[in-house]
Structure formats: structure tokens, C-alpha cells
Design a protein around this ligand. Structure first.
Ligand SMILES: [Zn+2]
Length: 159
């Protein structure tokens, strides 16, 4: 299941990527272009624009995002498409939307701070932009936010 988010949903798009989902996002895009891409690639259109929902009849599949709050938005998407068990943080680049490749600690050490190099549980790198991601330091602001989100549906990162 893949998505395309409208211009108003940048934070939702970023967070869906953090959780491992494939989400196209352009800070500037015309509605007909979003609809065309969604149809061509079979992506679900996420939009805050009720007019866009009305204008696009049935295709592509789309979801009207109700809230302005990004956490509520994520909960709505995960609820709607039953994705809570498909959350895989640290598997997709936040910037490029590309899948990450595992990165050995010996190589990661040269690319991150000494603390992270020692304490992170695992590393991954984006083949598009070479950005390094890691998880398991337990002190990351992002990890806390992910845990908080999952707790809203009784899930956790470890189980
Ligand atoms: Zn990247």
C-alpha cells in the first residue's frame, strides 16, 4: 500500500516515511498532477482538501484527512488502512522516500557521532542521499515520539 500526500500534509508524509511507509510528497504540486500520479502508480491520495475529494469522484482511492494535528492524522491513516502492525521505523529515507539499506557498525562509526556509533542498536543508509539512520539509542526524540504514537493503539516498537 503506497500513498501520495497533498501539499498541506508535509508533516504527515514525513512521519509516515519515518514509520516505514511509501509516501510521495511535493511541497508544490497542482491537484490534477497529484490525481494523475495517484492513478498511474496506484497510490492512495491523502488530502486535507474536501473539494479535491468531491472533484475526483471515485478514482483514485483517497482519504480525507480530518485533523490539523499530525499525530491525529497518522492515527487516522493507520486506523483507516489497518497499518498498525506494518509499522517498520528506520526502513525508509525521510528525505527521498527510498528504502534504506542496512549499514555495518564499522562503516557507520565514521559517519555518526561517537555516542551513536557505540550505542545505537542498528544502522541503515539511504542509497539516494547517503544519509545515515539508526535506532535503539533509546534517547532519541524521534523514538520517543514513535513509542508515544504506538501506545495510542496499545502497540510498542519491541513487541
Ligand atoms: Zn535519502
Amino acid at each position: 500500500m503506497t500513498f501520495i500526500a497533498d501539499c498541506m500534509l508535509g508533516r504527515l508524509a514525513k512521519w509516515l516515511r519515518i514509520l516505514g511507509f511509501d509516501v510521495l510528497y511535493f511541497s508544490k504540486a497542482e491537484d490534477p498532477d497529484l490525481v494523475a500520479i495517484a492513478r498511474r502508480e496506484g497510490r492512495i491520495l491523502l488530502t486535507r482538501d474536501s473539494g479535491l475529494i468531491e472533484r475526483t469522484a471515485r478514482r483514485p482511492d483517497r482519504l480525507f484527512i480530518r485533523s490539523d494535528d499530525w499525530e491525529d492524522q497518522i492515527v487516522q491513516v493507520l486506523d483507516e488502512f489497518e497499518l498498525w502492525d506494518k509499522v517498520l521505523p528506520n526502513t525508509r529515507c525521510i528525505a527521498c522516500n527510498l528504502p534504506l539499506k542496512p549499514l555495518a557498525r564499522e562503516r557507520a562509526r565514521n559517519l555518526v557521532t561517537p555516542y551513536v556509533g557505540e550505542h545505537a542498536a542498528s544502522f541503515a543508509i539511504c542509497s539516494g542521499c547517503d544519509r545515515v539512520f539508526w535506532q535503539g539509542t533509546h534517547y532519541g526524540d524521534m523514538e520517543r515520539k514513535i513509542e508515544k504514537l504506538l501506545e495510542r493503539r496499545g502497540r510498542s516498537l519491541t513487541g
